[in-house]
Each structure stands twice: as C-alpha cells, then as structure tokens.
Write a protein that binds this ligand. Structure first.
Ligand SMILES: C[S@@+](CC[C@H](N)C(=O)[O-])C[C@H]1O[C@@H](n2cnc3c(N)ncnc32)[C@H](O)[C@@H]1O
Length: 204
C-alpha cells in the first residue's frame, strides 16, 4: 500500500482522538512557534498536520498566515469541517511533502510533528531537507518533532527512525543552527507513553 492510501485509510477508519499521536493541544509545538514567530503576520506551515488542533490554536491566537499540508485529503476535510467558517482563513494543501512544489522562501516557520520520522530512506530525507531549505526564508525557523531514542520503533504500523538532538540536527546540516531541543513524554489516548524529541533551528 502506498503512503497516501495508508494515511487516507487511517483517517477514514479512526476518529481524530483515537490515534496514538492525538493530544487535545500540541503544547510543545505551540510554545516553540510562539518563540519563533511572535508576530501574527508570520507565515507558518504545518507539514503533515493531520487532524491536529494546532491550526485551531494558532487561529485563536490571531495568526493570519497558516498553511496546513497533509498527504491525506480526508484529514484536510476533517479540519475544514471542524473549523467551519474559520477554515477559509487557512491555506490547505493535500500533497506529499517529498514531491510537492512549494514557493521559495515562502515561510517564516516550518512545523512538523511526527512526519519526518516516517522517512526511512536517505533519499526521502535529503529531499525533505531540500524542501525546507528552499521553502523557509533565510532567518526563518524550523521545528521538527520525532520519536526520541527511547520512543517506539513503529507508528501506525509503519517503521520509523528515532532520533536524539544530534542525529536529527545532523540530518539537516550546518545551514540550520540548532537553537534548542527538548524531550517530551506523550501520553497516548490508550494510556501508553511515547518519547518525543523536538529540535528547534534557525535557517542561516
Ligand atoms: C503521526 S501523524 C501526525 C499528525 C500531526 N502532525 C500531529 O502531530 O497530530 C503523521 C501525519 O503525516 C502525514 N504524512 C505522512 N507522510 C506524509 C508525506 N510524505 N507528506 C505529507 N504528509 C505526510 C500523515 O497523513 C499524518 O497526518
């Protein structure tokens, strides 16, 4: 099954709060976005946003320039329905991050929680990092959350790559200055704990 079919199936079969990565609010991501872009005019892309409430929380805070990209159209449709009229203030992109063409220097902030770790081939990771380098403006910020070194080895039935701050930053390279990293213990809706690792970088 290809990646798009896999994710469409997941979102068709499961309620938004019945997936392991669900949290009512993505607190760590929200704090880091706030740090990276205190101005509401900042252009933010949530890559592989799924059905998370990050977009709701950013709209509520007054952010005016939010893009949510996901490979699953079903997830985009669920978000649109949940947000109603407010969804018209968001740019929605149903696309694969490894193949989509994003405008150069279009974003001040790139956010990804639990997407990069699904890229298990070097070529996909290199393509992803090229996308970030092209789409985020010089001086912009990149926030990437993956499973940490003690996190699960699979998610949603798919293999993942686990990272510590050094190895995750190493995938991005010297043009991304590491400003900070943190680990988080995520409590899944099933009562299990997953270790996440977040890196917060500046594009130089
Ligand atoms: C584990 S979920 C995380 C969702 C959301 N970021 C969150 O934290 O709640 C991974 C998401 O990445 C999306 N995804 C997986 N591969 C992708 C790709 N190549 N391009 C874009 N989205 C992708 C999936 O559809 C799914 O919504």
């Amino acid at each position: 099954m290809d990646s798009q079919t896999h994710w469409e199936k997941i979102y068709k079969e499961k309620a938004p709060d019945a997936v392991s990565w669900y949290r009512p609010h993505l607190e760590t991501s929200l704090t880091l976005i706030e740090k990276a872009a205190p101005s509401c005019s900042a252009s933010i892309i949530d890559v592989g946003g799924g059905e998370s409430t990050l977009v709701d929380d950013r709209l509520a805070r007054g952010y005016e320039n939010i893009t949510v990209l996901d490979i699953a159209q079903t997830a985009i449709d669920t978000n649109r329905k949940r947000l109603g009229k407010a969804s018209e203030r968001v740019h929605w992109l149903a696309a694969d991050i490894t193949t989509v063409e994003l405008a150069p220097s279009a974003y001040d902030v790139w956010h990804d929680r639990a997407v990069f770790h699904f890229l298990t081939t070097t070529s996909d990771r290199v393509t992803y990092v090229r996308q970030v380098a092209r789409a985020v403006r010089h001086g912009g910020h990149v926030i990437v959350g993956t499973f940490g070194p003690e996190g699960p080895v699979k998610c949603s039935g798919l293999d993942v790559v686990r990272y510590d701050a050094e190895s995750l930053h190493g995938e991005f390279g010297i043009h991304f200055r590491l400003l900070g990293s943190s680990k988080e213990l995520h409590l899944t809706p099933f009562g299990t704990i997953q270790q996440f690792l977040y890196c917060y970088c500046k594009v130089e």
